[in-house]
Design a binder for this molecule. Structure first.
Ligand SMILES: [Fe+2]
Length: 447
């Protein structure tokens, strides 16, 4: 039996690295910080730390550890997120009610599973390694997804504290707004989706053909300054700019600005992970819902890109190919450079000088597309519980592309499909405009 791309030592090194990165992100947070759940979408930090551990215990150790027994039967119940095939689980909106196990106990749980995983790495024969390595690798990327969620969630937790506590990081220097440019794309019969040997989630496959009319993409994200123009033009008060469901949310939830903006003494301030500051006009607008992104595009006389347009333009413009820009064990996605979490900015940055090419492709803000999150033609979820990872969420969500300033480096690629419900605002999401090609919803409804 031979292995092709798996090596137990390098897998173990990646395991140690991903696990320690989670703990580094949690390190600035007190046990109390790690316990609070401020809304149903937010999970406590210690829950994230435990759940990613449960993932390795459930999907790796349970099948491959000799004499396996769960660390705690109750943890099996508490830290299952949504896997029906694994069994009953604790209600998501109530995760903040769980004071025990505490943050320290979760650390002990993590150490226990880390030790057992390291033992496993030393005993795997080649045939078992071939079987289990793809699940272990999925565990790395799963943990990275939760690293991003941990940061999005603690941002909300800290935003609810009138003392305006700071998580970490330092603000970038005040930006200098620049003009928006456009990148023309020919379109035609193109291929999108993942093809290659590196890591990808099942929802990025199969690679398939789509037809694109000629179109163009904005060369940078929409800025706070442009969003203020939309607000000044009564953007949140004009139903003709909004999809019906979006307008209902505007009215029901009294939306009048992006999620983390506050009107303090007549000026707009923004809550960030490194403090609360006056809104910086040249930074990308962030924490807007799909509905807001779509209304803004309508107001501007433009539209949102489809996910195929986004992916094709990004690849055409030289920002990575369909194989995920990497592929060997340690370098998945390393060519997807941008303002990702490794910059420690934890907030979008200004686009920088125009280059004639697309800017802010990876990092900064997840970019809403006009594409519903549906399976690609020929998509098949994996058999068993792990098949619940992505496929069952392909309803009532929209696709976002590109990653954000909270996305771990190595976790962004051209074919990556993120997804959130239309009204979600706590995710670090922003807007890139498109024009041409697909029809505008309301042509010329803007200024
Ligand atoms: Fe998860």
């Amino acid at each position: 039996m031979t292995t092709t791309r798996w090596d137990a030592d390098s897998l173990r090194a990646r395991f140690d690295r991903v696990r320690s990165e989670t703990e580094q992100l949690a390190a600035p947070l007190s046990p109390e910080d790690q316990t609070v759940q401020t809304m149903p979408d937010v999970s406590p930090t210690k829950w994230h730390r435990a759940h990613v551990t449960w993932f390795f215990e459930t999907f790796v150790l349970a099948d491959h550890e000799p004499g396996f027994a769960p660390y705690q039967d109750t943890y099996w119940f508490l830290f299952n997120s949504y896997y029906e095939a694994i069994g009953p689980r604790y209600a998501r909106p109530d995760r903040g009610f769980i004071t025990r196990p505490g943050a320290h106990d979760v650390g002990v749980y993590r150490h226990n599973v880390d030790d057992r995983m390291r033992d496993l790495f030393t005993t795997l024969d080649a045939g078992t390694l071939d079987k289990v390595a793809p699940i272990i690798e999925l565990g790395f990327h799963h943990e990275q997804q939760h690293q991003e969620l941990l940061l999005m969630d603690i941002k909300h937790v800290l935003s609810r504290n009138p003392l305006q506590p700071v998580y970490a990081g330092v603000p970038a220097p005040r930006s200098v707004p620049d003009d928006l440019g456009w990148v023309d794309v020919e379109g035609g019969l193109v291929e999108v989706g993942y093809e290659g040997e590196g890591f990808r989630f099942d929802n990025e496959e199969p690679r398939h053909r789509v037809w694109l009319e000629p179109y163009r993409l904005a060369d940078r994200l929409v800025t706070n300054g442009e969003w203020l123009e939309f607000m000044a033009d009564n953007g949140y008060g004009r139903p003709e700019l909004w999809l019906s469901d979006g307008w209902a949310r505007v009215k029901a939830d009294s939306w009048r600005a992006p999620f983390y903006w506050a009107d303090l003494d007549g000026g707009w301030f923004e809550h960030t992970l490194h403090g609360t500051f006056p809104v910086d006009l040249g930074l990308p607008v962030s924490h807007v819902s799909f509905y807001e992104a779509e209304a803004f595009a309508t107001w501007a006389g433009k539209r949102l890109p489809t996910e195929s347009e986004w992916e094709h333009a990004v690849v055409q413009d030289g920002h990575g190919g369909h194989d995920g820009q990497g592929g060997d064990d340690d370098r998945d996605g390393q060519d997807a450079v941008g303002n990702l979490a490794d910059t420690q900015t934890f907030h979008p940055r200004a686009a920088g000088p125009a280059t004639g090419r697309l800017r802010q492709v990876y990092g900064d803000c997840w970019e809403w597309t006009s594409s519903a999150y549906h399976p690609y033609p020929g998509f098949h979820p994996a058999p068993g519980a792990i098949g619940e990872y992505n496929g069952k969420f392909m309803s009532n969500q929209m696709v976002l592309r590109g990653g954000c300033a909270l996305t771990p480096a190595g976790h962004a690629r051209a074919t990556y499909r993120n997804f959130f419900p239309h009204a979600a605002r706590w995710a670090l999401s922003g807007v890139r405009l498109a024009d041409g090609g697909a029809p505008l919803r309301v042509e010329g409804a803007g200024r």
